[in-house]
Design a protein around this ligand. Structure first.
Ligand SMILES: C[S@@+](CC[C@H](N)C(=O)[O-])C[C@H]1O[C@@H](n2cnc3c(N)ncnc32)[C@H](O)[C@@H]1O
Length: 368
């Protein structure tokens, strides 16, 4: 009788790994169904981490230590081992026994030489060793790992972090957000941007405690998660300058730090993309074989444009409903605001969204 296999092979980028067969593996954000987890919907997320890790290696003088800290099957770490070029080593960790066995199986299949695997609580590992790149990709919130990642990360290294507790960060459960992130969220049109900025603000505070600063490289909101890549800079000056980017907002205006529970935040009000690295990222993208390459090209284009934009955005549909008019075409909005001498930018947060330095009065005139 033929032996049933618990595993199936999946391919991403240039890499093939074994994952456990799972009824849930083909849809949605996935869940903790008792077997180590592979979510095909996160290929885009992993492809982008390949590009950022390659960027880090290209911009480092020494051997780069990359950690896939919550690895499950290890697909992200094995992809790094297989698809990155240069002087680096990869560390793959999961505390779950089944995940660890799967990671070892994957390790044996290709005899990776630059990979070391661990079966530890990530917080313990991060307290024992220092890394140049720490990937934190949990089920739900990353909050319980950021303090130890902040201690472990080397100067100029990158903390990469996913948060799938988007409902919390977007204000569906405000009390949970206050407990978890120490910040008051907002439920409404710009909630994704507010949520992402609360996450970055939280990381900023966790890092700055240790006299280190953060430099956001690429930060974005996707369907069911937020993802943040921040570069860490050691030094009190960097820490102080980072903290200056924290603040509160009220609907419609920015204000400084104030003790007022009705304020939204604290949240990161600085830039969330590093415009100057996008040329490098596009160069790396053109060299790699990635399943989501075409989507990434377009995505980089929008993020690069958005890098210079002010915080927060309008959407044509929300404005139309506010002014009781039909929504204008995006080209019309861009042409109008540019013709009046204002800057206007697309935003990845919404296909009908735009960011501008024009005041609300100008927007109102546009609708008249
Ligand atoms: C969402 S999955 C990781 C998915 C994986 N990064 C990928 O791209 O396919 C989260 C993993 O974190 C592991 N995990 C949760 N808490 C942990 C901890 N404290 N230390 C180490 N691993 C942990 C779980 O066992 C699970 O396999």
């Amino acid at each position: 009788m033929k032996k049933t296999s618990f595993f199936e092979k999946v391919a991403e980028g240039n890499t093939t790994v074994f994952v456990y067969k799972s009824k849930e593996s083909k849809k949605g954000p996935g869940s903790k169904d008792g077997v180590p987890f592979y979510n095909p919907a996160m290929e885009f997320n992993r492809d982008l981490s390949i590009i950022l890790a390659q960027w880090l290696i290209n911009n480092s003088k020494n051997k780069v230590k990359l950690l896939d800290g919550l690895a499950s099957s290890g697909i992200r770490g094995f992809r790094m081992a297989n698809e990155l070029k240069g002087d680096f080593e990869v560390f793959i960790n999961d505390w779950d026994e089944k995940a660890y066995r799967l990671i070892r199986k994957n390790l044996k299949t290709k005899q990776y030489e630059n990979v070391k695997v661990y079966n530890k609580n990530l917080n313990v590992l991060l307290s024992e060793e220092k890394f140049d790149y720490v990937d934190v990709d949990p089920f739900g919130s990353p909050v319980s790992f950021i303090d130890s990642a902040a201690r472990s990360i080397k100067n100029n290294g990158i903390i990469a972090c996913t948060a799938t507790d988007t409902a919390t960060l977007c204000g569906v459960y405000p009390r949970v957000c206050i407990r978890r992130y120490g910040a008051v969220p907002f439920y409404g049109i710009p909630m994704k941007e507010v949520g992402l900025r609360i996450l970055i603000g939280f990381i900023c505070q966790e890092v700055c405690k240790y006299d280190k600063g953060i430099d956001p490289l690429v930060c974005y909101a996707a369907d069911h998660y937020f993802r943040v890549y921040v570069r860490i800079r050691n030094g009190v000056g960097y820490a102080n300058r980072s903290m200056e980017n924290l603040g509160f907002i009220r609907q419609g205006e920015h204000i400084g730090f104030e003790k007022n529970s009705k304020n939204i935040g604290p949240l990161w009000l600085g830039r969330i993309q590093c415009k100057k690295i996008f040329g490098d990222l596009q160069g790396i993208l053109s060299d790699k074989k990635l399943g989501t390459k075409n989507v990434l090209w377009k995505f980089f284009d929008v993020l690069e444009e958005e890098a210079d934009a002010p915080c927060f955005f309008y959407t044509t549909d929300a404005l139309a409903s506010f002014f009781k008019k039909s929504p204008p075409r995006m080209e019309m909005v861009f042409d109008y605001l540019k013709s009046k001498g204002f800057d206007v930018f697309r935003t990845h947060f919404s296909p009908t969204g735009f960011k501008t330095n024009a005041s609300f009065d100008i927007i109102e005139k546009m609708f008249k």
